[in-house]
Ligand binder design. Structure first.
Ligand code: NI
Length: 199
């Protein structure tokens, strides 16, 4: 191949490579935003009084949203305790701007009344929600929460465990995703971050 043609081909290849790279970088830059926007969304569930509740009722307040189940032996109680400790560390005017919400992913056993009772053990303003299997499924999907029944052969069928994501989400007053806390977050760290994020 003549040298001129080779150089011309190289220039074209480099241009394609740079173009592709820029295109990918452009995509990368827009990715986190797109992901954050898709966490959360509309839900219709049932509260401890048996009333239908939608996400719209929490607009104007920050929401701390956690999905779990009342029969959870350790993960859920620990997460709710840490959240309560963090809220206790906030100035009362900041804590008052936050509605903590516990959503059951075990509608089979967690009746509205049972969930409503359960949450009172953790924090005075914690709201417990559940719903029909379809309502719970839709809410969990909106928040990208994974959950599944753990089937154990020979075990008492009513004493099953649930596998579930253990993430606490902070949502803004407009319902949009602001931040999340993993199960390893301490109450002190959570309180510090909440003080910065909740205005
Ligand atoms: Ni749990």
């Amino acid at each position: 191949m003549p040298i001129v043609k080779t150089i011309a081909l190289l220039v074209v290849l480099v241009a394609i490579a740079i173009g592709g790279r820029l295109w990918m970088m452009g995509n990368d830059a827009s990715q986190p935003q797109a992901t954050q926007q898709t966490i959360g969304g509309p839900f219709t569930l049932v509260n401890g009084q048996g009333e239908t509740v939608s996400d719209q009722q929490f607009r104007g307040k920050y929401m701390l949203v956690y999905f779990g189940y009342t029969f959870c032996p350790d993960v859920c109680p620990t997460a709710l305790q840490v959240m309560a400790e963090a809220l206790d560390q906030l100035p009362p005017e900041t804590a008052a701007k936050i509605t903590p919400i516990f959503i059951s992913i075990d509608p089979e056993r967690d009746t509205p009344e049972h969930v409503g009772q359960y949450v009172t053990h953790f924090y005075p303003t914690l709201i417990g929600l559940t719903g029909s299997p379809e309502q719970v499924k839709a809410a969990a999907a909106a928040y990208r929460i994974y959950y599944a029944k753990v089937e154990e052969k020979g075990a008492d069928p009513s004493a099953y465990l649930m596998d579930h994501s253990a993430i606490l989400y902070l949502m803004g007053p407009d319902g949009s995703f602001l931040s999340h806390f993993g199960h390893d977050t301490t109450a002190d760290t959570m309180a510090l971050r909440l003080k910065k994020l909740v205005q």
